[in-house]
Design a protein around this ligand. Structure first.
Ligand SMILES: [Zn+2]
Length: 209
């Protein structure tokens, strides 16, 4: 796969450059400041499609199956991702609850759904009037999904509770960790330049090589 006849602006020094023939495993560097302008990803569309489909399957168990089961003084209690958010709301920690809700549930879900919608259209070479909007949203949302923060919270809670309670990891936790990995791989794998190139060609009905 090569990229041809595209203009790209350096994000560091604003130099406008013609990007030509960037092969897989190679990088395009800005001649003025040296920043990496573009690094093509191998089979980005099919990998994004596969990862997003796996993410869609994992969304339900990660959100609604128990992450942890805590047994204290004979009482057992299970907690899911949603019950954690609801608990924060009930405690009056509105700002934290909204932040956790957005960064751990809403944004990762939107990223997976958008990645699926975009990659399925690009893979089957089907145009859609909202493809460009979806792609813009995806690029802006990538930095807002922070499943790692929630994961860190779970690890801290486990360490603190390990001595006083009996902890049992639920299926939801395994799904959540898998979702975290899928999200990280998706962010790393989406080749923005290639995706935009295909979206433009689909819009202008140019053949995709
Ligand atoms: Zn530059």
């Amino acid at each position: 796969m090569t990229v041809t006849n595209a203009l790209i602006a350096c994000p560091e020094c604003d130099t406008l450059l013609a990007l030509k023939n960037v092969a897989i495993r190679h990088q395009a560097l800005c001649p003025r400041c040296g920043v990496v302008l573009y690094q093509p990803r191998n089979k980005s569309i099919i990998y994004t499609l596969s990862l997003s489909m796996t993410g869609l399957i994992l969304l339900f168990p990660a959100n609604f199956l128990p992450l942890l089961s805590i047994k204290l003084l004979g009482n057992s209690q299970e907690g899911t991702l949603w019950s954690g958010v609801i608990g924060l709301f009930q405690e009056g920690l509105w700002s934290v609850a909204v932040l956790v809700l957005l960064s751990s549930i809403v944004f990762p879900t939107i990223i997976i759904v958008l990645s699926f919608l975009i990659s399925v259209h690009l893979y089957w070479r089907r145009s859609h009037q909202h493809l460009a909007v979806w792609m813009r949203c995806l690029q802006h949302l990538e930095e807002w999904a922070m499943l790692e923060v929630y994961m860190l919270g779970i690890i801290v809670a486990c360490v603190k509770l390990a001595d006083t309670t009996e902890l049992k990891f639920g299926l939801g936790l395994y799904a959540f960790v898998s979702l975290l990995v899928i999200n990280a791989l998706l962010t790393q794998n989406v080749d923005n330049h290639l995706f935009w190139q295909h979206i433009t060609k689909l819009r202008t009905h140019d053949p995709i090589s």
